[in-house]
Write a protein that binds this ligand. Structure first.
Ligand code: PRP
Length: 212
């Protein structure tokens, strides 16, 4: 039995497409409903909150996982990244109202003390840190686009896919910082101890994403 951690939510359809194209069984997975553990043939799928996929893999609950580069970087735990599937493409960005966008046109030291709302605190600190800018972080667990309008933050640092949520909330992208896509990951010990069992699946997924 090979256990796969998959993210629930909007990435799940892309994950199912990847697994499907690699010839893995997905019939029950497509009808998972509220089931969080699906067993099909010799595969077990764990449906996990996207940000928890890295931990599922790291702690050995799953042999393999599909996770966005955003949550992998934010988790900050050592995983083996086996493949970039190129699917679920989006990007990390600083976004905000137009008045704040102007501040980014000048010298970045003008951003010192900027209030940034995000669910990606580690990545935000790292990104602004690379620009030499110390920020005030507001950690939110979702709907971060609310923060500037409520006066809780000057801008947000978040993942952007269609840009629809930003537009609907009067915000726009100020600075793109990192491309994001779904990565196939494994725990370091799984790779060392179970590579013979994992290899076939990793190879099939690699061939499928290259052929797409
Ligand atoms: C993510 C992200 C944005 C939105 C971006 O939130 O935090 O809010 O998607 O997507 P878009 O560019 O296509 O509008 P998610 O849907 O995961 O929900 P959350 O706000 O509860 O985190």
């Amino acid at each position: 039995m090979l256990t796969f951690a998959l993210p629930t939510g909007r990435s799940l359809d892309s994950c199912i497409e990847i697994l499907d194209s690699a010839g893995l069984p997905t019939e029950k997975l497509k009808k998972a409903g509220r089931n969080l553990v699906i067993e099909e043939a010799s595969f077990r799928y764990l449906l996990s909150k996207p940000s928890d996929v890295p931990a599922m893999v790291y702690y050995g609950a799953a042999d393999l996982g599909l996770a966005g580069k955003d949550v992998i970087e934010e988790a900050g735990i050592a995983l083996t990244e086996l493949l970039d599937t190129g699917r679920g493409s989006c990007f990390m960005a600083v976004a905000g109202p137009s008045a704040i966008a102007e501040k980014f046109n000048g010298h970045l030291c003008g951003l010192m003390g900027l209030k940034v709302a995000t669910k990606y605190t580690r990545l935000a600190e790292r990104t602004f840190g690379e620009w030499g800018v110390q920020i005030k972080l507001l950690k939110l667990n979702g709907s971060v686009e609310l923060a500037p309008a409520l006066g809780l933050a000057d801008c947000i640092f978040d993942v952007v896919q269609t840009g629809g949520t930003l537009r609907a909330n009067g915000l726009s992208v100020i600075k793109k910082t990192m491309p994001v896509s779904l990565r196939l990951v494994a725990g370091i010990s799984s790779v060392q101890l179970r590579w013979n069992s994992l290899f076939g699946v990793v190879d099939s997924i690699g061939a499928a994403v290259r052929a797409a």
